[in-house]
Design a protein around this ligand. Structure first.
Ligand code: ATP
Length: 239
């Protein structure tokens, strides 16, 4: 682990027009980590990912990636640096086949990471391999999640921002998606995971940030968060 974090979000304030959502939010992600950002509905998790990706521009603060200031870059530019956002709604092309969805993602991301070929992505996700010629719209929610992650890998991402990847999935699919996140990480991909489901975070993450009303209110390892009944109860409604 290098001394400098892969991603650093430093005292970022961001929001939508007049609506300020994030207040002086800071977090770091080291290369190779899985870090979670967990909090209730409306806490500002998606806004944080959008600000990192460059879909929203912070009004103050600084975001760096590999030490380079990316605060003012837009989403196309951050993608070229190796960032990928897999949004909650997954954003795949429903009319295109699974293979075509992957092929379209092959635009070359970070030069520091070996992107997956379309063939390798299909091998990694068995369910997709079997449906390579089927339309994206025919996939289940879990398979769409896998396709969206596959697209990020083919696009050359080395930091994946995952927005509620388990949202709306049946429990046995949740486990499949969690296994895929673990596999990604074992392949050297760094993950910033946004979740409302704290159990997913506690199982997967090296470190967790709890966010409430646009502010980080807690940071700790999964072991320490699991033991912190006050934080779990106060901010995450887990008793
Ligand atoms: P959720 O699980 O509901 O997505 P979240 O923690 O990701 O929760 P955000 O989506 O970041 O929360 O929303 C934070 C706040 O920003 C909420 O109060 C929300 O109403 C507001 N917000 C989100 N999108 C917009 C928008 N396009 N315009 C104005 N306000 C917005």
């Amino acid at each position: 682990m290098s001394a400098e974090p892969l991603l650093s979000v430093h005292e970022v304030t961001s929001g939508y027009g007049e609506t300020q959502v994030l207040r002086d939010l800071s977090l770091t992600v080291d290369g190779g980590e899985i870090v979670s950002l967990v909090g209730r509905n409306g806490a500002g998790k998606t806004t944080t990912l959008r600000s990192i990706m460059g879909i929203l521009t912070p009004t103050s603060g600084r975001i760096t990636y590999r030490g380079e200031d990316i605060s003012a870059l837009d989403a196309t530019e951050t993608a070229k640096k190796g960032l990928a956002l897999v949004p909650e709604e997954r954003q795949i092309f429903p009319e295109l086949t699974v293979r075509e969805n992957l092929e379209l993602a092959d635009y070359g991301g970070s030069p520091d990471v070996d992107s997956l070929s379309v063939g390798e992505a299909l091998e990694m996700f068995e369910n997709l391999q079997a449906r390579a010629s089927n339309a994206g719209s025919s996939l289940s929610g879990g398979e769409q999640q896998m396709l969206a992650i596959g697209r990020a890998l083919v696009g050359g991402a080395d930091l994946i921002l995952l927005d509620e990847p388990t949202e709306g999935l049946a429990p046995y699919i949740v486990q499949d998606v969690m296994d895929i996140i673990t596999e990604l990480n074992e392949r050297g991909i760094t993950v910033l995971l946004v979740e409302q489901n704290v159990h997913v975070c506690l199982d997967l993450a090296d470190r967790n940030y709890v966010i409430n009303q646009g502010e980080v209110v807690y940071e700790g390892t999964s072991e320490s968060l699991r033991a912190d009944e006050e934080v779990l109860d106060k901010y995450l409604g887990v008793t």
